[in-house]
Every structure is written in C-alpha cells, then in structure tokens.
Design a protein around this ligand. Structure first.
Ligand code: ATR
Length: 275
C-alpha cells in the first residue's frame, strides 16, 4: 500500500528534527506515512505547497520563514491559527480547501503543564518578545488563566500591539506590556520567545525577575543550555527548560490533526535528548 505523504517546508530545512519526530510517531502508532523535508526557495513557497498537494500530499508543517505566508495562502484557518497570525500546519479539508492551523501554542502549554508539571493557571507570567513566535502562543497561554501576563520587548510598541490584539482573551488576567528593563520583581514563569540568542544576545532583564521558585522556559532548544537559560541559572534559577518538548508537542498536535490520534511524546523527547 502506498504511504501517505507529509513534509515540513522551510528555508533552511536541513537542521529540522521534524522528519525524525514524525517517523518515530508513525513507527509507534503503526500509521503508514512518509514524512520528508522540503527546502523552498524564498519566493516559491506557494508553488511548493500547490505542487505538494497536487501530488497527493496529505499535510505540511511550515517553519521559518514561511509561517505567515502559509497563513495568508490558506482558504480557511482554524480559530487558533486565525489569532496566531501564522500557520505551522496545512492540510486539505474534505472539500479540498487548503486549511491552516497553528499547533505551537498547544505545544508550549502541553510541555509546561503536562510534561514539566508547571501550572500556568494563577501564575504571574513574563513573556519576552513580541514577534511571530510569541503571537503564536499568547492565545493558548491566556486560555490557561494566569493571574497576570506581562509582555516585555525591545520595541515596546510591538508588545503594546499584542496587548491590544489579545485584550479580549485576557479574561481576568492583567495583560501588560513594557521594555526589558522595567520588571523588577520575581515572576512565577518567564518564557523567552525572542530570537536574541541567534545573535548571541541576551534581553537586558533585571536579575530581580528571578526568584527562588521561578520557572524559566526558552522556546529555543540546544544540546547545551541556551544562552538565556544559562543567564537564568547564573541568577539562581533552578527550574530551567528549553523548547525541545514544545517542538515534539507541536508535532504531536499536528499529527493528531492529520491522523486523528495523538502519539506518546515522552518516549520521543527522551530519544531526541540522547543524540
Ligand atoms: P519570530 O518569528 O522568531 O518571533 P520576529 O517576528 O522577527 O521573529 O520576532 C523576533 C523577536 O525577537 C522580536 O520580539 C524581537 O524584538 P523587536 O520586536 O524589538 O525586533 C526580538 N529580538 C530579536 N533580536 C533581539 C535582540 N538581539 N535582543 C532582544 N530582542 C531581540
């Protein structure tokens, strides 16, 4: 029997762990699928997507730099994708309409709450960054009903824009924006969603934001501690996590959207950590 075709599209793509993650999911669940990586030239994303689905492809993951283009290209967007303004998952619905979803927010929340046992409900949360990565997860974070959610960004106006955009989803949470230097008391959870580490930079936060119980989560991952997590540990943080679990959880949610069953993630996270 022919295998169902899936792929991740990005540029660059050779570093992507998604083919490995999805083939582990397929092995584990017995689903008959093939998942590859496609590097799309910067101005040919649309052609690559159209070709893939016209060849009978079943679903795509989308990564940097095409998540916003994927969102625009789709005929339909799920509610969570609509708010995220970006899509990491594409598929054809039963009427062949290109549908966009975003599983990043579920990925982050599942990793924090289920894998690490960190309740977001009632927590004082500091989110660093106001770009696409942060916009993609804010709705799901707010749905957990934190006590407060503060968005700090280098360009404060972008953080203010997100506060306006998500005001109607804040519920009882106080939702605020500021620059990196402003927060001066400990938070329960700090989530780094900036791309500062890519340039070897650190957001200039006060060490006072780290208290004895502060949980620090970097949405990036690396074999060694990320620069942000290393900084947090240097300030005394002991509960520090990177985004590998989020990566596997968002993949599991895409797999569920496509195949209707959610694979076990713990074994896959463990396997990826060991190589
Ligand atoms: P992404 O899709 O990764 O979110 P993005 O939309 O370009 O990409 O957003 C990058 C985020 O990282 C922004 O919050 C950006 O801050 P600005 O809005 O001020 O540009 C932040 N960022 C990038 N480089 C940074 C640096 N060197 N120091 C601090 N923040 C940085």
């Amino acid at each position: 029997m022919d295998k169902d075709l899936y792929a991740v599209v990005g540029n660059p793509i050779s570093h992507s762990k998604s083919p490995r993650i999805h083939s582990l999911f397929a092995q584990q669940t017995g689903e008959n699928l093939d998942y590859t990586a496609i590097q799309a030239p910067e101005n040919e994303f649309r052609t690559v997507v159209t070709d893939f689905f016209s060849r009978g492809g079943q679903g795509l993951n989308v990564t940097v730099p095409f998540k916003e283009e994927a969102w625009k290209l789709a005929d339909y967007r799920t509610e969570r994708a609509q708010k995220a303004g970006a899509a990491n998952t594409l598929y054809l619905d039963n009427k062949n309409h290109l549908t966009a979803d975003n599983t990043d927010g579920v990925g982050l929340v599942s990793d924090l709450v289920n894998n690490h046992g960190i309740p977001i409900s009632g927590a004082r949360v500091l989110v660093l960054g106001a770009g696409g990565a942060v916009r993609g997860v804010l709705g799901l974070l707010l749905a957990q009903k934190p006590e407060s959610l503060t968005i700090a960004n280098r360009t404060v106006s972008r953080a203010q824009g997100l506060v306006l955009m998500f005001a109607d989803e804040a519920g009882g949470a106080s939702l605020e924006s500021c620059g990196f230097e402003a927060p001066d008391a400990p938070f329960d959870i700090i989530i780094n969603g900036t791309s500062a580490s890519l340039q070897g930079d650190l957001p200039p936060l006060s060490p006072a934001v780290i208290g004895p119980g502060t949980v620090v989560y970097d949405m990036m991952y690396s074999l060694d501690a990320t620069p942000f997590n290393q900084w947090a540990m240097d300030q005394g943080a002991t509960r520090v996590f990177d985004g590998l679990g989020m990566l596997v959880e968002q993949a599991a949610e895409s797999f569920r959207v496509w195949r209707g069953l959610r694979p076990d993630t713990a074994s896959v996270i463990k396997e990826l950590r060991t190589v």
